[in-house]
Design a protein around this ligand. Structure first.
Ligand SMILES: Nc1nc2c(ncn2[C@@H]2O[C@H](COP(=O)(O)OP(=O)(O)OP(=O)(O)O)[C@@H](O)[C@H]2O)c(=O)[nH]1
Ligand SMILES: [Mg+2]
Length: 346
């Protein structure tokens, strides 16, 4: 029997630079969603392997991930496939989309507002999480992607405020309010200051503000290649589990950033303390993953020199993914990580 067409799925974009707390926010929102609503999540990652879907997977919400660069360009060919499959399989009431922290937000919004999605998706509030420590640094203030994430948003929240002094928070607030794309903030109370992405779920239900809908607010589209339309690929090119000792490596470079990741057999076991120390010493902008350790499955997440880790549920394979603003030496890093493995008893 033919199903009713999918219509008016409420969609929200959750933007923010690498490691600001987008996935933490999604986990929080899922935990506070209205129980009568069916939600689904689309996560786009700069890294080729992708870890966030694993980190959200235990919430029971359907998640699809698009690894390998920005969902509107580098990963463009798979985005529509993944999005259409998610909509068809889940028929959600609400779709949360986490673009890569290095994504191009204006083009992503264009993609979601393309004619083919006009009756299918209803884009609601676009929310940008900001790390106040980034906001006050010139290298972020001058970064086009960082600026775009502020420019297209309807709401701005400061996350990681536990790591900021009151002075940093005040400086960050002043800069965002003075930012040309955030005039709406000037009329409001201070921007929300949160930790661990604990934002009010009600924000998702606020509409996209009319001033931000106008296409000229999204800036010119001509500077990047148009999104591709080749919706016939699977987004996992190597579906089989990796064999012990044979790490499946994948790397990606764009916009001055580089990712390097591996899929590794679950039969390789790790000494968690040594591994976390080795990862920490790599001094990369962003590191995350899940590995089989001597005491069960371990997730880890490193951003801005801050490491979090803990046990998680059973996984099918280990994943390690690094992102940095300098090229990453695959062989050297692999050798460093391999020295943290337990002797393989296969
Ligand atoms: N101290 C502190 N750590 C936080 C806070 N929010 C998130 N984190 C930690 O920051 C790290 C990155 O958080 P994620 O939620 O994965 O960030 P993200 O924006 O999804 O990262 P990408 O998808 O890689 O861009 C994790 O280790 C989190 O536990 C916070 O408010 N305070
Ligand atoms: Mg994330």
């Amino acid at each position: 029997m033919a199903q009713d067409p999918i219509q008016s799925v409420q969609a929200n974009l959750l933007l923010g630079f690498l490691g600001v707390g987008k996935t933490s926010a999604i986990r929080h929102l899922i935990g506070h969603r209205p129980q009568d609503e069916r939600w689904a999540v689309l996560v786009n990652e700069f890294g080729e392997i992708g870890v966030d879907a694993t980190l959200i997977g235990d919430t029971g919400i359907a998640v699809k991930q698009i690894p390998g660069g920005c969902m509107c360009c580098a990963a463009g060919p798979v985005t529509r496939v993944a999005l259409n499959a998610l909509l068809r399989q889940e028929r959600p009431d609400r779709l949360l989309i986490e673009p890569s922290g290095l994504g191009h937000p204006a083009d992503i919004i264009r993609l979601l507002q393309a004619p083919e999605y006009q009756t299918v998706l209803e884009l609601g509030a676009v929310i940008t999480l900001l790390d106040p420590r980034h906001v006050i640094q010139k290298r972020y203030q001058d970064h086009p992607l960082f600026n775009d994430q502020i420019r297209v948003a309807d709401h701005w929240l400061f996350n990681k405020t536990d790591l900021c002094s009151p002075e940093i928070l005040d400086q960050a607030e002043a800069w965002v309010r003075g930012h040309s794309g955030a005039q709406a903030a000037a009329d409001r109370a201070p921007l929300p200051r949160i930790t661990q992405g604990q934002m009010p779920v009600q924000l998702l239900y606020s509409p996209r503000l009319p001033s931000t809908i106008e296409s000229d607010a999204l800036g010119p589209a001509a500077t990047r290649p148009a999104p591709l339309a080749l919706p016939t690929l699977d987004w996992r090119s190597v579906p089989q589990a990796p064999e012990p000792g044979h790490w499946v490596a994948a790397s990606h470079s764009a916009d001055g950033f580089h990712s390097l990741g591996w899929r590794i057999s679950a039969r390789e076991h790790w000494q968690s303390e040594q591994l976390l120390e080795a990862l920490y010493s790599l001094d990369c902008l962003r590191i995350k993953g899940v590995v089989k350790s001597e005491s069960g499955w371990l997730w880890f997440n490193l951003a801005e020199g801050e490491l979090s880790a803990g046990n998680c549920g059973e996984q099918t394979e280990s994943i390690i993914e690094l992102i940095h603003d300098e090229p990453l030496n695959c062989d050297r890093i692999r050798a460093q990580l391999e020295s943290c493995r337990r002797a393989m008893a296969l």
